[in-house]
Unconditional design. Structure first.
Length: 266
């Protein structure tokens, strides 16, 4: 794994201040030292999908890599493959289940020809710039979330996103309807302004299925193309086969790779 594939490489655009990377055998360790409960921020990136018979060896490799990180609660083995190649071996599910791991499947989509989509309900799109704005961003993320651990994660993660935005490495946007925040999403880019990735497109439950996510992303993409004239690649990640994936495809995003993982309790 001399060069990270696109999805895993753009992961680093949204990494926290405590992110540390290092080699471990043929894999890459991503360790978020300031938040052990960031499950996919503490993972082993594999150079290729494991064969079912290799799962025990890979689990042991993860345990060795995180032996000094007792607070990390989840095993995460992740890999990326081109979209036009076959999906992971179906035997991986049962092989992972033997270790209490489940198979997670996401798709990485890259912007082709942008097709703006207007929301079905009037809305205003703008980026967060004040304490009140960032509180609204957090409120959108916390909508309907009752688990204390998840609420703490969202608060920490948005604080990290604010740090990146204020450092000039991206923006976080809000969609407002009737004066209330109804959706939010982030966009981050590399130093050269040639590579960008969307992050965490959220819509509050009461406002779903009204086109706010599409409208917000359309506004963000219009701004991004003006802001970064040298932009070459813009990507977004979605759960494979989800409504979100359909929304992104309607905007002109096209699948380029699969991000798959085995993950579960340590």
């Amino acid at each position: 794994m001399t060069t990270l594939p696109l999805g895993l490489r753009t992961d680093l655009l949204t990494g926290s201040r405590g992110l540390v990377t290092r080699r471990h055998g043929d894999a890459l360790v991503l360790r978020t030292t300031d938040f052990d409960a960031f499950y996919f921020g503490n993972k082993l990136l594999l150079p290729a999908p494991p064969k079912p018979a290799e799962v025990p060896e890979r689990v042991e490799q993860w345990r060795a890599a995180f032996a000094d990180a007792a607070g990390v609660e989840k095993i995460v083995l992740q890999w990326e493959t081109p979209y036009n190649e076959p999906a992971a071996d179906p035997g991986l599910g049962p092989a992972g289940a033997a270790f209490g791991l489940e198979l997670d499947r996401d798709v990485l989509l890259r912007l082709g020809t942008f097709k703006a989509v207007a929301p079905r309900t009037p809305m205003r799109a703008r980026w967060a710039s004040s304490d009140a704005d960032w509180q609204a961003v957090l409120d959108v993320a916390l909508d309907g979330e009752e688990q204390p651990g998840r609420r703490a994660f969202h608060a920490w993660r948005r604080a990290e996103h604010r740090y990146l935005a204020e450092a000039g490495r991206g923006l976080w946007w809000l969609a407002e309807a009737d004066g209330q925040a109804v959706a939010s999403a982030g966009i981050f880019w590399d130093e050269a302004g040639t590579l960008a990735r969307f992050q965490d497109v959220d819509t509050v439950e009461r406002a779903r299925n009204r086109g706010f996510a599409s409208g917000l992303l359309s506004a963000m993409l219009t701004d991004l193309q003006q802001r970064l004239p040298g932009l070459e690649t813009c990507v977004i990640v979605s759960t494979a086969g989800s409504q979100a994936e359909r929304i992104y495809r309607n905007l002109g995003f096209e699948p380029v790779s699969r991000l798959e993982a085995l993950w579960g309790d340590r």
